[in-house]
Design a protein around this ligand. Structure first.
Ligand code: GLC
Length: 442
């Protein structure tokens, strides 16, 4: 295993156990309330967008409420946007006046976020956009995404990209130096020639590792949601990241490198269809969908980073709150089938998914069955079974109609029933199966 992979594996141990995190996209774009790309999509000039800072009062911002909600939902880490592509800084940077401490709230929103989530025992990360549509030295005309990309009058003469990199490095140094121990930095994102060497990523990762060596970072100094970069190869670059970051999807079979070694990863997914607050987007996923996404990620050896987009008052939308509370109720009963769990090394069963932690196999039953639940090819491998929600015994069944399927093991939730309908928990009923020591060898 090469050194980059070895160090990555060590650094990400807590992360691979945590499995479930909160992503928070928040900034001035919560005022237009049409998502965090509004400046680019609607090609809004700086002169029109900048005055929004004068309205950013965040009068109801209380990150302690956010942190308690994350904890209730069973989330073990949280990542807040310190600066998104629009260049607005939620922290008291000395390198620009386009920051929250100059807004009517006069607050360092990042510092308050870090304090509140640490107080709840939740690990903390910051998202930092290496793209900056507001900085005068960042490419404008002809760039793929810049709000002024179609305006020749914003040509790129006289832009000094090295001066932009000094700004970017300076802000990242501020975040790593002035805000205590961070657990994670989420850089976003690379595209076309705007990657790796363009960001001086070799120097940047040296700086990051020298200031906070334990910190884990994502793969977007060279990748994005559509290109994982060299983290998938046998020779990952020093800035390839500690985890891959598939976006708005769950990889079909998890993520492994070209030698088949598992690569740490998280699917980052929104609750509705926007990262930043979108007032008219009420297309929210159900708690059941979130639980199934979380189980799917863990069953494939990955994490779920689930996004909330607070509004301009600093409130997480009520729909998101209700979903996270319902997820939390399920997590309270079943979280040992999520934390410290991963790929089970078994084919996906018809009725749901498996997660595994050593010799503890978790059957996540998500679909009712006409007869018994079938544990394929598990005959003779099971020491005992328990319903995770109440630790009650689940007995292996040898019902008369199962006799000719002897290579499998079966169970009913209700020993007096002849079907598995309805499920004890229609969101996902979890059974803990303690495997016999030699189960894998059989
Ligand atoms: C994409 C979007 C960005 C968002 C990120 C989250 O890069 O462009 O707005 O912050 O995904 O993964």
């Amino acid at each position: 295993m090469n050194r980059v992979v070895e160090e990555r594996t060590k650094r990400t141990e807590w992360y691979r156990d945590a499995r479930f995190g909160m992503f928070i996209h928040w900034g001035l774009y919560a005022i237009p309330a049409r998502g965090e790309w509004v400046r680019s999509v609607e090609e809004i000039p700086k002169e029109e967008y900048d005055p929004l800072i004068r309205e950013f009062s965040v009068e109801n911002y209380d990150p302690k409420i956010w942190a308690k909600l994350a904890k209730e939902a069973g989330m073990k880490y949280a990542v807040l946007t310190a600066k998104h592509h629009d260049g607005f800084c939620l922290f008291d940077t000395q390198l620009t006046d386009f920051k929250s401490t100059n807004a009517p709230c006069h607050r360092d929103l990042v510092r308050e976020f870090l304090d509140a989530f640490r107080a709840e025992g939740i690990r903390v990360g910051l998202y930092y956009s290496v793209i900056d549509w507001r900085h005068p030295d960042f490419p404008h005309y002809g760039d793929r995404n810049h709000p002024m990309r179609n305006r020749p009058e914003y040509s790129n003469e006289n832009r000094n990209f090295d001066r932009y990199l000094d700004y970017m490095f300076g802000q990242i140094r501020e975040l790593l130096t002035n805000y205590g121990k961070l657990d994670l930095m989420w850089f976003d994102f690379s595209y076309d020639n705007m990657k790796s060497e363009t960001w001086k990523a070799d120097k940047l990762i040296e700086m990051v590792r020298s200031i906070q060596p334990h910190l884990i970072i994502d793969n977007r100094l060279e990748g994005s949601g559509e290109d994982s970069g060299s983290i998938l190869t046998r020779n990952p670059t020093p800035w390839s990241g500690d985890f891959a970051s598939p976006e708005q999807m769950i990889p079909p079979a998890g993520i492994r490198d070209e030698d088949g070694n598992p690569v740490p990863w998280e699917s980052c997914i929104t609750l509705n269809n926007h990262w930043g607050y979108a007032a008219h987007d009420h297309h929210y996923k159900s708690a059941k969908m979130v639980i199934h996404m979380l189980v799917e990620c863990v069953s494939k050896g990955g994490n779920l980073l689930l996004n909330v987009g607070p509004n301009a008052k600093g409130e997480i939308p009520e729909e998101s709150v209700q979903i996270l509370k319902e997820v939390g109720t399920w997590m309270k009963k079943n979280s040992r089938s999520i934390y410290h769990c991963g790929y089970a090394g078994l084919p996906k069963p018809e009725w749901g998914r498996y997660t595994r932690n050593g010799n503890l196999l978790y059957a996540h039953v998500m679909e009712e069955q006409a007869g018994a639940i079938c544990l394929e090819n598990m005959a003779g491998k099971i020491e005992k079974m328990r319903l995770v929600s109440d630790n009650s015994e689940i007995k292996e069944s040898f019902f008369w109609n199962l006799k000719e399927y002897g290579q499998h093991a079966f169970f009913f939730f209700d020993p007096n029933a002849s079907d598995c309908y309805p499920l004890p928990d229609e969101l996902d009923t979890v059974v803990e199966i303690t495997l016999k020591e030699d189960a894998d060898g059989q």
